[in-house]
Design a binder for this molecule. Structure first.
Ligand code: CO
Length: 458
């Protein structure tokens, strides 16, 4: 039929005397490439739920292990399937049910090659949208469809996005510890491995603001976990000053505030840190306090990175279009996957906002790989967070992104170039590496309180 189509086109054009033999051959080639293989249909949608260990438990106390969820879409074509990340570690069971009970019956029989169309269909099929459970479920499907398209084309996904803008993605890694000598030691360990951008993560350090059990020893009313934001802000600033003095001007230095300050404390910290020429301050305000970014912008030039808790265009669009932040660092699966993220990245290219996608251990390596492909292909890439893989993780996910000298590389195999060892994954079901409260809460997080016993944002 296709041949007939091409012949007919040729005959028609020939009749008009407007087409050369060379053009006819080119048209035939395009027709073969686009219609030569039948459109694959979705035969099955599966969830691979597993638990992986944290990669640097000594330095980063939380999360100690992570529940991952990966979607596998199987097509009606022999051996053609794909993987996507749908990890929402604190509410994993709910995402998995959203995929198995709602998206799977919705998707069976639909063509895999209409990614944007399927994304819109899934997004709108719940009527209410943009929550973390549903967006993560859509992300798993979306990224699996990109993987399939890449495998079908025989190309890595970054090629489908237009090809490389750069050879590799520059990364930053976390440094932390109970006090500044320990943090400096951690920094030097990272620098010896070739990392040249370091994120101070005081939120995981015992003793900063009296965080976690046994922290400041001040005790509290009703619990042993205490957090005091004013002390936290002052300590973070002191530590950053020390790091800048001790590590020199050539190191990229950032700090994760984890949305734990009052708005006014956040404005003050951004102003006080201006002289340190940071790479950025991360998550300085919570999503509830976004209006304060305008004040920060008006008062100082400290670069601002924001977004890992965002679910919705209503949150990121004003910040990006009004140029109130410098780096968008949304959690890609939380946005709905690569399809959602690349569109926002394009908005950032127009407004001068760079990407710094959230890259914690609670994103599966498939999710990290989707980020690297965007990092390589998006001109306005800024930096990529990297948090290391445990050996078991590398066994579970063959073909993980690799970091050399602080730069992250995608592998060049078709799609994401990754395979999941499903037999091995079955040996690590949810809960298998957890104990205590985390296990009791089914992977959920507990609580943090002030000295007076009131709850704070985590
Ligand atoms: Co963060």
């Amino acid at each position: 039929m296709q041949r007939r189509h091409v012949l007919k086109m040729g005959a028609l054009a020939g009749g008009l005397g407007a087409i050369t033999e060379r053009e006819r051959q080119a048209q035939a080639q395009v027709a073969r490439a686009t219609r030569g293989t039948p459109s694959p249909k979705i035969k099955d949608v599966q969830v691979i739920a597993m638990q992986i260990p944290a990669s640097r438990p000594a330095a980063i106390a939380r999360p100690g292990s992570v529940r991952l969820s990966v979607v596998k879409i199987i097509t009606d074509q022999d051996g053609l399937y794909g993987y996507g990340c749908s990890t929402f570690t604190q509410r994993g069971e709910l995402v998995n049910a959203a995929i198995e009970k709602y998206l799977k019956p919705f998707l069976i029989g639909k063509p895999t090659d209409r990614i944007d169309d399927l994304w819109q269909a899934c997004y709108n099929s719940s009527y209410w949208r943009n929550g973390p459970v549903l967006n993560n479920a859509i992300s798993g499907v979306d990224e699996a469809l990109w993987d399939i398209k890449g495998r079908q084309a025989g190309m890595p996904v970054y090629q489908l996005l237009g090809g490389k803008c750069r050879e590799a993605a520059d990364t930053y890694v976390h440094i932390t510890g109970p006090d500044i000598p320990a943090v400096l030691e951690d920094a030097h360990r990272m620098m010896e491995q070739g990392y040249h951008n370091l994120l101070l993560n005081p939120t995981y350090a015992q003793g900063v603001g009296g965080l976690h059990e046994g922290g400041s020893g001040t005790g509290t009313l009703g619990t042993s976990s205490v957090f005091q934001s004013a002390i936290f802000a002052r300590t973070a600033l002191k530590w950053l000053e020390q790091l800048r003095t001790q590590l020199g001007d050539e190191i990229g230095l950032m700090c994760d505030i984890h949305e734990r300050l009052t708005p006014n404390e956040a404005v003050q910290l951004a102003k006080d840190a201006e002289k340190l020429k940071l790479f950025f301050l991360e998550d300085l305000l919570s999503p509830e306090d976004l209006a304060y970014f305008r004040q920060i912008r008006q008062q100082c030039a400290t670069p601002i990175a924001m977004g890992e808790l965002f679910n919705s265009p209503h949150e990121w669009t004003p910040l990006i279009s009004e140029r109130l932040i410098d780096y968008m660092r949304m959690h890609v699966s939380q946005m709905g996957g690569l399809t959602a993220a690349r569109k926002v990245a394009a908005l950032g290219e127009i407004t001068g906002v760079k990407t710094a996608w959230h890259g914690p251990p609670d994103t599966s390596p498939v999710g990290h790989m989707a980020q690297v492909h965007m990092d390589l292909a998006c001109y306005n890439f800024g930096i990529q967070e990297f948090t290391f893989y445990a050996d078991l993780t590398k066994e579970l996910f063959k073909g993980c992104p690799e970091v050399k000298n602080g730069y992250m590389y995608a592998n060049d195999a078709p799609g994401w170039g990754m395979e999941v060892d499903e037999k091995l994954a079955a040996k690590y079901p949810y809960g298998s590496l957890e104990e205590g409260e985390r296990k009791q809460l089914n992977g959920g997080w507990g609580e943090l309180r002030r000295r007076d016993g009131s709850v704070i944002k985590q």
